[in-house]
Design a binder for this molecule. Sequence first.
Ligand code: NAP
Ligand code: MG
Length: 481
Amino acid sequence: MSIFEYAPAPESRAVVNLRPSYGLFINGEFVDGTGESFKTISPATEEVLAEISEASAADVDLAVKAARAAYTRVWSRMSGADRGKYLYRIARILQERAREFAVLETLDNGKPIKESRDVDVPVAAAHFFYHAGWADKLEYAALGPNPRPHGVVGQVIPWNFPMLMLAWKIAPALATGNTVVLKPAETTPLTALLFAEVCQQAELPPGVVNIVTGAGTTGQAIVDHPGIDKIAFTGSTGVGKAIARAIAGTRKKATLELGGKAANIIFDDAPIDQAVEGIINGIFFNQGHVCCAGSRLLVQESIADEVEARLKRRLQTLRVGDPLDKNTDVGAINSRGQLTRITELVAAGEAEGAQRWDTGCPLPDKGFWFRPTVFTGVSQTHRIAQEEIFGPVVSMLTFRTPQEAVAKANNTPYGLSAGIWTDKGSRILWMADQLRAGVVWANTFNRFDPASPFGGYKESGYGREGGRHGLAAYVVTGESA
Ligand code: NAP
Ligand code: MG
């Protein structure tokens, strides 16, 4: 159903200055790692972008020591107002270099340029601005008496929002006076390495931020290092549980932001066209690689046929392809491994008896791609209704009463987010109160603001990021020892 064609509108790559290889960022400098190296590719073309160092346990040790020295000698002694100046400086540089960050993020991750340009990078800068403002006001943030930093924080982040997750981690840690050792995901290290250059440009004292690239074993080396005071992790529930086990019995603190299987609930009095846009934003934004994605669509039975028809019609207008094209709505799947997981779960959905529909749109020859897909006839016990697919696939279920909607929405081991679409304010408030989810959106979805705490119930993790609640996770309070 092509109404008219779009001319190609590719964003230029010229703004990005890719180096053939990157070292680790330790104590304010790029250094060679002692481990192996690996390649990061563009998932849209499989082109090799750069050679990346894999940090060994010895490299992680150097980074932790640099962070400790910077903490003791400089950062914990600096006034909050002075820390704030560095954070403002970083925020402004991110804005100045926004296009460079957006293009690099899209190259390395595969997400559409319109998303990296309009969401990831501006919201990342907003996190630095927001936390810069708190740096000299921690005494007034109602965190408890005498708020002070933990010390050295180990941070491990996933590939779905590389730059944004970095900002969620580093901005509050620095504002509260901690220093950090951060590991970006193996498939998306490039914007974290560009951020290291921003730290140099901002003249951040060496060792306050250290970036160590690598895969799971590098992450594990951070978690296991005795010099780490707190872990901040975002990723899968499986790895989150392994981290909780690894630090059990130690003095290390942790916040875990894990997976989700959000219900997006559409009542019969909702404005249907707006709800359809919300369903699409909820699950096809960032190819569905979103922890809080609205992957379980719960539609009131009386309007289910109409919603299904309008959703499928609208999906056929989504443009899937070159992520650097400014018209693209759905980009590449981040890795071959993730594509395999999506394909396997979708096959399980069909095998268990749900009806699969996709847009049938053409896909590029190279790279990793998956068509926007809708499952109907899904029941609660199907794997596609229980497990996180983390791809552009929505499972549609129906309900008759608000009570049934609540029961079905809460019937998951996760509890990260939910959406409610209805005309009635009282129903929104009643539902939000019943839903066991850290974030509940009403008549919107996937809205992020640094002032708003984000985090999970149940197996979606513990601790909050953003707002005063997020600051609380980075301080200890009470009498000092
Ligand atoms: P993942 O496999 O858990 O990886 C997350 C990070 O942990 C990566 O940097 C990974 O390294 C590293 N890692 C792997 N094994 C480790 C270990 N044993 N010890 C320490 N670190 C280890 O998750 P993913 O598949 O990349 O990301 C998708 C998941 O993240 C989804 O479940 C999604 O829901 C969740 N997520 C949650 C939030 C939230 O705020 N709640 C936000 C975004 C994503 P490598 O990948 O480099 O090997
Ligand atoms: Mg990559």
